[in-house]
Every structure is written in C-alpha cells, then in structure tokens.
Design a protein around this ligand. Structure first.
Ligand SMILES: O=C(O)CCC(=O)C(=O)O
Ligand SMILES: [Fe+2]
Length: 370
C-alpha cells in the first residue's frame, strides 16, 4: 500500500484534545456498542502468571513458564536482571517526550499509513475508529530499519538511553526464547538459530486521561506480530487487558516487573501449541498512562511455518509456510482487529488471501517495525 494512496482524514492529537478540557470525545473515537470497554466480561480477580527469571531454568519455574505460555500467552517477569534505574530512566524520558509541545513532537512525524515516528499507527481510512493514544514508534535493529531522523533529540538523553535499554531488552528476549524452547522440549538455541538477525522495534504509547473512558479504547484489541513482546508499564495506572477464556483480565502493574507476551510467530512455529493472545488498552478519566513496548521478531528473510515436532496425525499442520517479511508487511498494513491478521497464515484461510503485492526486497525499504 503506497502511503500516497492512504487518506486517513482528520486525526486529532489526543493530548491536545485533552488539554482543551473537553467533556466529551469526537465521534471518531466513539466505539460501537460491542467494542466498548464495558461490553463483555471484565475479570478483575484473575492475574496473569508471574515468572521469576532468576529461578530459570529450574524445574519448577520452567514448568510455571510452560503453563503460562500454554494457558495465557502472557506473564510478568520479575528478577529479570535489568537495572531498575534504567527502566525508570526510559519511562521518565519517554514521558518527557510526550509532554513536549506538539510542534516539537511533530518534528518526528509518522506518515499516513506509516509505522515509525510520532502519531497514530494502523490508521488506513477516513472512517476508521481511532484509539485514544499517541505513539512514538522506532525501528531499532537491524540498522537498515532505523530512521535516525525520527529519533528525538529532545530530551537530550533519549537516544543514548533507548540504545542501552534496547540492548538489555534484547538480551532478555534471547534468554526468554531459550527458556521457552526448553518448555517445548526443544534445544535452547532453536529459535536463536532459526531467527537470524532479529528485528527489534520499540513503541511508546501514551494514553492521556479521557473524559469518556467507557466509550473509547486506548489501543484496539490485537495480537502482536512478533515472536515475543516485552512491555514496561506505568506503575501508577493499570490499563492493559488480556483476553482469557472470553473475559478481559486486567494486568495489574508490579513495580519494575516486565510484561511478556507471545506473538504470532511463536503461534505459527508451535503449530498453535502456544498462542498469541488478544490484548487491548483501556483509558480512564483521572490519570494518563505510558507503556514502552519492545517487539522482537525473526529476520524478515526467515521462512516460518510449523516445526515438524508439533505436527502429527492428531495435530495436523494448521499454518502454511511463509516469509516473515511478507507477514510483517501484511501486519503493518492492516488495522488492529483482534487476531484477524493471523488469518494470513492459517491453512483454511490462506487460499482466500490476496497474494502479497511486493517482494521481500522492496519490503525492506518500507517496513521498519513489526
Ligand atoms: O499499552 C499497553 O498496555 C498495550 C500496548 C500494546 O499492546 C502494543 O503496543 O502492542
Ligand atoms: Fe500489543
């Protein structure tokens, strides 16, 4: 989809809307009835599992990790080895960025239909409902996905801190993927060997208070296109919800814990044994909320498909083989809409999907996140 073809209509900056002190929200943010936060089951009693990374790969903790992956696709990690000061600094600098005047933030604009820079990602039409959220999204690794002009120079320490933070999160993703492989009975290096030069992207999501939180979503329901995602959330305010057995479960922040979820790539590789899970963000009237989210995914030229270990007479192959770059492109050019994007890979759906228009090579120039 060339960006020139995309007309997204009037997209207000939600922080500016909030600043005007309005007591309602523009129509484009108002969700249809069944897509509102209060519709359906919301479960405040269940909690996603907590994994102590310091205990891995000990038997009990590995077993907890296996259950977390099998039953939730989401868990919080404590004792992850990343310094608390670094997490605090990343959060504070991201917040400082969002607090800058709009003209300053607009120096790093996200193009319509684009996915890097400051703005609204995943908006492709004039009638699409909008999320109550501002985003700053940046490709980090490999270097060809970086768009240095979109990396803020204010606050001054932002770039340096993001580099350091990304290295630490990358190492955590590598460790987690090794342990996840072990929970599946695979050699710890299985995913590292297969994924090549992994793609890493970061997205900071800022949700200002909303005068009508019952009518809007902070971020539409979706699964992530990554292998794993690591999410750092604001300690002072909950907002992330995970769909479990048909109910939305709130992820209550644990100080300095990191929230990890499995992405679509792992669902495909395990032939659905582990699933990527739908999640969304809701807002509230009193407080703003910030999340710093890292997506960690295979290199674009890697071919994905179910590993033979997970295919048998009882469990037939459920996903086709495809190039991860093709999937990334499909993901970033589609609306966030539950797990719909993964239809691309499902065997019973694949025949009805349009063939990707462009080759992997031209994709490299365009896709800069996942
Ligand atoms: O802000 C959150 O809690 C959710 C963010 C998220 O799911 C994403 O950026 O993919
Ligand atoms: Fe997500």
């Amino acid at each position: 989809m060339a960006t020139a073809e995309i007309k997204i209509g009037q997209v207000d900056d939600v922080q500016e809307l909030h600043r005007t002190g309005l007591d309602t929200v523009p129509d484009r943010y108002i969700r249809d009835g069944n897509d509102r936060p209060g519709c359906g089951n919301v479960c405040d009693l269940a909690h996603i599992p907590v994994i102590d990374a310091g205990e891995l790969p000990g038997g009990d903790e590995l077993n907890k990790l296996r259950l977390a992956c099998e039953e939730w696709g989401f868990f919080q990690v404590v004792n992850h080895g990343i310094e608390e000061e670094l997490l605090d600094e990343m959060e504070n600098l991201s917040r400082e960025f969002f607090m800058l005047p709009l003209e300053e933030k607009e120096k790093y604009p996200m193009e319509p239909g684009g996915i890097q820079g400051y703005g609204h990602a995943f908006v492709f039409s004039e009638d699409q409902k909008l999320d109550w959220c501002n985003m700053l999204a940046l490709g980090v690794e490999p270097s060809f996905i970086r768009q240095p002009k979109l990396w803020p120079t204010t606050p001054a320490r932002f770039k340096e801190t993001l580099e350091k933070y990304s290295m630490e999160i990358r190492s955590l993703c590598q460790r987690l993927l090794a342990h996840i492989a072990e929970t599946l009975g695979l050699a710890p290096g299985t995913f590292a060997d297969m994924f090549g030069e992994c793609v890493q992207a970061v997205r900071m999501n800022f949700y200002p208070p909303c005068p009508r939180p019952e009518l809007v979503l902070g971020l539409s329901s979706h699964s992530d296109g990554s292998a794993v995602t690591v999410l750092q959330q604001d300690m002072s305010c909950a907002g992330l919800q995970v769909l479990k057995d048909g109910a939305w479960v709130t992820v209550h922040p644990i100080p300095h814990a990191l929230v990890v979820n499995l992405g679509d790539s792992l669902e495909v590789l395990t032939n659905g044994r582990y699933k990527s899970v739908e999640h969304r963000a809701v807002t509230n009237a009193e407080r703003d909320r910030l999340s710093v989210v890292t997506f960690y995914a295979p290199a674009y030229d890697v071919e994905l498909g179910p590993l033979p270990e997970f295919v048998s007479d009882e469990v037939p192959c459920r996903y086709r083989r495809f190039n991860h770059g093709e999937y990334s492109r499909h993901y970033v050019t589609s609306r966030l809409e539950g797990k719909k994007t993964l239809d691309f890979a499902k065997i019973n759906q694949a025949t009805t999907m349009a063939a990707p228009e462009e080759t992997t090579c031209s994709l490299f120039g365009q896709v800069a996140s996942i």
